[in-house]
Design a protein. Structure first.
Length: 128
């Protein structure tokens, strides 16, 4: 029988962005800290969120099919997903959008281009 791993289980983060390049950059940023699950839009992200139950979600706002605000709204409406922390990674800087996301329980924001150290610091505080 193999020995059980010692320490906390590995973290898993859902990365939702319609740009495969941005997703790859974020996954690279998280290498060694968390395993990543990827989705190309909010609808796919919601399905992956329900199926995979990650520790956190990093989502873009502007995406086809379902945007990041709608993804956050749908997650907060589902009792099983209500407590999953979200960080928005975006180029959008409109205060109204930030306020709407905060009202829906968004834990923070990271502006693109993503600074690896800043993103990791936010996730570490969030997933203590």
């Amino acid at each position: 029988m193999a020995d059980a791993p010692i320490g906390p289980p590995p973290r898993r983060v859902l990365v939702v962005d319609d740009s495969s390049t941005i997703r790859a950059q974020i996954v690279e940023c998280l290498e060694g800290y968390a395993g990543c699950i990827e989705a190309a839009d909010g609808r796919e992200g919601l399905a992956r969120l329900r199926a995979e139950r990650p520790d956190a979600v990093l989502t873009d706002l502007e995406m086809p099919v379902m945007d990041g605000v709608s993804l956050l709204r749908e997650a907060r409406a589902d009792p099983a997903l209500r407590d999953v922390p979200f960080i928005v990674i975006t180029t959008v800087t409109a205060v109204e959008v930030f306020n709407e996301c905060r009202a829906l329980g968004c834990a923070g924001f990271v502006l693109k281009p993503v600074n690896r150290d800043y993103l990791l610091a936010k996730l570490r505080r969030l997933l203590r």
